[in-house]
Design a binder for this molecule. Structure first.
Ligand SMILES: [Fe+2]
Ligand SMILES: [Fe+2]
Length: 173
């Protein structure tokens, strides 16, 4: 599957989980766990694999995306720390949902079309394969393992730092 199509299908899954959570009809615990694992894995493959490859297509949008991931991750952490019986729970679900909707719209309306124009289909399919394998791995490991503890640093910060370290290392002889 093309990288962009894979990411879009994951967007639909996350949106469906958020909708279900917002409706309050199913038990919140398992939904939250599913949402956290899926979002952490989705953000990881974008931050580690997709964004670095497509940065040349739209550097500003990709930089903004790392920041939006950071904010969404913090909103998700606040939600995970909230008792579903607490009256701020549904406000936090809605806030996270709105943050994600805005971000997904930018990706699907602005970034992905440019990516599909500028990167050929074979390469996108190859990238999609690598991303899917990494997604399954991160999802399996779960949210806790994928995301830094505390509030000061996000997985997006960690991904960016790892990339700049890799770039500044002299090429092996
Ligand atoms: Fe994203
Ligand atoms: Fe995305």
């Amino acid at each position: 599957m093309k990288a962009t199509a894979l990411l879009q299908s994951q967007h639909r899954k996350v949106e469906a989980l958020l909708k279900k959570l917002e409706s309050g009809r199913s038990e919140a615990g398992p939904l939250l766990e599913d949402l956290a694992d899926n979002l952490a894995a989705h953000m990881a493959i974008e931050q580690e694999l997709f964004y670095p490859r497509v940065k040349e297509v739209d550097a500003d949008l990709v930089n903004e995306s790392y920041e939006e991931h950071s904010v969404a991750e913090l909103a998700l952490k606040r939600l995970l720390a909230t008792d579903p019986e607490d009256d701020s729970f549904s406000a936090r679900v809605t806030t996270l949902k709105e943050l994600i909707e805005h971000h997904v719209e930018e990706e699907e309306q602005e970034l992905f079309p440019s990516v599909e124009e500028q990167i050929d289909e074979d390469e996108l399919a190859q990238l999609g394969k690598i991303m899917k394998a990494r997604f399954d791995e991160v999802c399996e490991g779960g949210f806790e393992a994928a995301v830094p503890k505390g509030w000061a640093r996000t997985s997006a910060d960690a991904s960016k730092k790892a990339l700049s370290r890799r770039k500044s290392k002299p090429a092996a002889a």
